[in-house]
Structures are given as C-alpha cells and as structure tokens.
Design a protein around this ligand. Sequence first.
Ligand code: 8YV
Length: 328
Amino acid sequence: MNLKKNIILLTRKLPQKIEEKLQKKYTVILNKSDKKYTYAELKKKVSDIDILVPCISDTIDASIIKAAKKLKLISNFGNGVDNLDLITAKENKVIVTNTPDVLTEDTADLVLTMILMISRKVLEAQKNLVNGNWSGWGPSETMGTRIRGKQVGIIGMGRIGSAVAKRLQTLGMNINYHNRKRLPKKLEKNFDARFYEDLNSMLTISDFVTIHCPYTPETFHLLSKKRLKMLKKNCIVVNTSRGEIVDEQALATMLNKGSIGGAGLDVFEHEPQVSQKLLESKNVVLLPHISSATEESRIDMGERVIKNISTFLCGKTPPDIIKKNVYD
Ligand code: 8YV
C-alpha cells in the first residue's frame, strides 16, 4: 500500500518526534512557525488533504469540512471535540478521533495546583513578599483556608473528574459529584463519593466546585448566573474544561463584589481573550489553557494521533473514534 499518497495537515507544530514519525510514512504538511492559521488560510489548506490533525485553537466548522473535498479523517490533537462540527463530519462520512486518557493525570494535577494555590492564597502571599511588603511573620498574615474536611462538588465524573476525586480524597476532602450517569457502587465506594442527581443541591453544599464535563450545547453556561448565586459565599470555582460552561461575566462580577470565594480558571469563554473584570479580580488563578501542557502529555497525545491515523489507514476502526455523535 502506498501510504505516501495520503496527505495529512497538521495545523500546529507538534513535538518533533511525532512530526518525524508521521513524515516517515505519509505526506505531511507542517506548520513550522506554529502560527495559528486564519480561517481563510485553513480553508485553503484543507482543499486537497486526506487527513486533518487540528487542535483546540482551530474551529473546524461545516464550511471547512465541506471545503476539504477529499477529507476522510479528523484526528483531533486533544480530548475535547467541541472545536469540531461533528454533525457535518458525520454527514460527510468523515471519521473523527480524539486523544483521551493521556492527559487525564496532568489535568488533574493542575486542578489540585489551583485548589491549593487559591485556598492558601499563594499568589497574594508571594506578591506581598516580592513587592517588599513583608515585614516578618505575623499571626494574621495571609490567612488561607484548610481543604481537609471540606466539601468538593465535581461536575462530570469521567476520567478527569475521577482522577481529581482520587487526589482530593487523599487530601481529606469529601467527594460529591454530579454526572449524567451514577457511577457503579464499587467506584463510588473507592472515592467515598456522594452522588447528586440534582446539580443545584450539590452546589449549595460545596466549598469547592470543579468542572469536568464536556462542552456541548447542553452544558453552555451550566454554571449560570442563577447557579453561581446558589454557591456558598466562600466557594471556590475551578474550571479546566471549557470556558463556555461558566457564565464568565457573572462569575467576574461576583468575584469583584466578594460574593464568591475565588476561582481557578485555565479556560475562558472567548480564548485567548480574558475579560478585564476577571483580570482585576482578587483570589483568582488565571492560566492560559495549560492543563495538559507537559512534554509527556504532548508526546502521548501525538502517539494517540499516530495510532488513530495508522489504524484508520489499515481499514480498521481507530481506537479513539468518537462513536456517538455527542450532540445527539
Ligand atoms: C489540549 C484540552 O491541550 O484536550 C483538551 O480537550 O483542552 C487541552 O488540554 C488541547 O485540546 C489541544 O488541542
């Protein structure tokens, strides 16, 4: 089989090892500068390709998919597939795959990092010291809050939600979760987790809320203004999933008013724009979508992409095929 006849477009610069592996077998169009293609550039680039490897920074909508006349596979370099129009892909018989599992642990680590940074006011404490405002130890200096014994509400108990639960349980937190489906009893027992079918009930008892559900039309502004107002005054909200799941303006207003405890955000509603109100908020950790940004994760994600492509080109079902249309 002449594999070189397959043209693959990588929209961004992937780890060198991954690009080289792909180049050995296939014809690969690289993005050496790693500059994000404009919509018009991307539309032109896809015209003659067989396989597209996009990232979260690319919006692959109906018009792009239709412009890619020969497209057979979209092998997304990332877990979430909300950047892709799955319905049009399905209609045009384009298979879609993602890269699950390999970024779970790194993402969970970042959730833990943000929870600890906010509850122990790490950034505020460092700022005091660096700005020369530290006059020595004091009994009331930068008072944080203990996480042991507190209630965490996890929205979405899939791979990442479970990895977060495992970490937080080890640190002595009480695990509560809301999920489309209740976990099997055995798994619930592992985390000593309490299931809330009703999200609102979980929000009212949580000291921390962390979001781990995918972004779909159903989860847009799941944490709406109304729901944010149900939270305890000191509740800390963490989001490493997708910005669109939280009403960012409402959250920023509450942070500014001090009617919520704090927020750890790695994702934003209009990336890479971050609302001024959020930037000016106290008790926040704001990060530029780095939850899976480790060298190991990026290589593993690349390997998953390679596996999906090679399996597909062998005529078999790729391991990470998005089987169910998540919009169904
Ligand atoms: C990735 C992510 O870095 O995988 C995801 O869903 O949100 C990120 O952690 C990104 O998707 C890469 O395209």
